[in-house]
Write a protein that binds this ligand. Structure first.
Ligand code: MF3
Ligand code: CO
Length: 248
């Protein structure tokens, strides 16, 4: 786990996160029905490189692309392909970048064209649950206060949180200690301290929480075929409270 100590370290991780944020914002403006997920991957890889960053996911274990793109019942880790984006889809886009040895990681879910009101609600509740978790990132709190706040918000809305994937520490590696589940009782785990950096990433299913991994060994889908949404930010804990480094 990283504990940020110097201004230089803060500036570098902030730059990595801002490269991710600007690239995701560009994707949000670019995505349209008829595009393939591979075209979106190519577009966003160029955005990262134009800003002096390096894609963080490509070559992580055997992941083959810059972007994780997860459509409808896909939960996370969808691999860019010839799949065509359709009007009415919801699309999770998860992106990581490295800048000067530091990592940034963030994800958004967007609707393409018109979707049903209940689908917009799933996206909204998932985004809200991320911010409910972030609100717990204060010095002296406990790690599982974050987990509990996410779960409580999601379940109050009638949805379920995915258990099989979790948030994580981030800094000089993409995945550092500690793991940050999106469920659990409050008051457990390490104390939250100034300088810690966490990637919080709720994955929320409209139906049951169970997921399965497809034959490509990456793409996670809901077991019941229900829709799923995902948001993620990289956040630093400071004396003044949480600072969302990947905020647009
Ligand atoms: N945000 C995701 C995570 O932290 C994306 C990782 S994709 C991978 O797990 F390809 F890098 F594994
Ligand atoms: Co992550």
């Amino acid at each position: 786990m990283i504990i940020l100590k110097s201004k230089e370290e803060v500036a570098k991780i902030a730059s990595a996160c801002q490269i991710v944020a600007a690239s995701l914002e560009a994707l949000r403006g670019y995505i349209a029905p008829g595009m393939t997920t591979k075209e979106l991957d190519r577009f966003v890889e160029q955005k990262i490189r134009d800003q002096g960053g390096i894609p963080a996911f490509k070559g992580y274990r055997d992941y083959p692309a810059t972007l994780c793109i997860s459509v409808n019942e896909e939960v996370v880790h969808g691999i860019p392909s010839d799949k065509v984006i359709q009007e009415g889809d919801i699309v999770g886009m998860d992106l990581g970048a490295i800048y000067d040895g530091f990592y940034g990681d963030s994800a958004i879910t967007v609707s393409v064209g018109e979707v049903r009101e209940e689908v917009e609600r799933l996206i909204r509740v998932t985004r809200e649950s991320l911010h409910a978790g972030i609100d717990q990132m204060v010095e002296g709190g406990r790690l599982s206060d974050i987990s509990h706040a996410v779960q409580t918000h999601v379940e109050a809305a009638g949805y379920s949180v995915v258990r099989d994937f979790v948030g994580h520490g981030i800094g000089r590696s993409l995945h550092e200690e500690p793991q940050v589940p999106n469920f659990g009782p409050k008051g457990r785990g390490p104390r939250l301290r100034e300088g810690m950096v966490l990637a919080i990433e709720p994955m929320v299913n409209m139906g049951e929480c169970a997921v399965e991994v497809l034959g490509d060994r990456w793409t996670a889908v809901t077991a019941d075929g229900s829709l799923s949404a995902h948001f993620e930010h990289t956040i630093a804990i400071t004396k003044e409270g949480p600072v969302i480094l990947s905020k647009i």
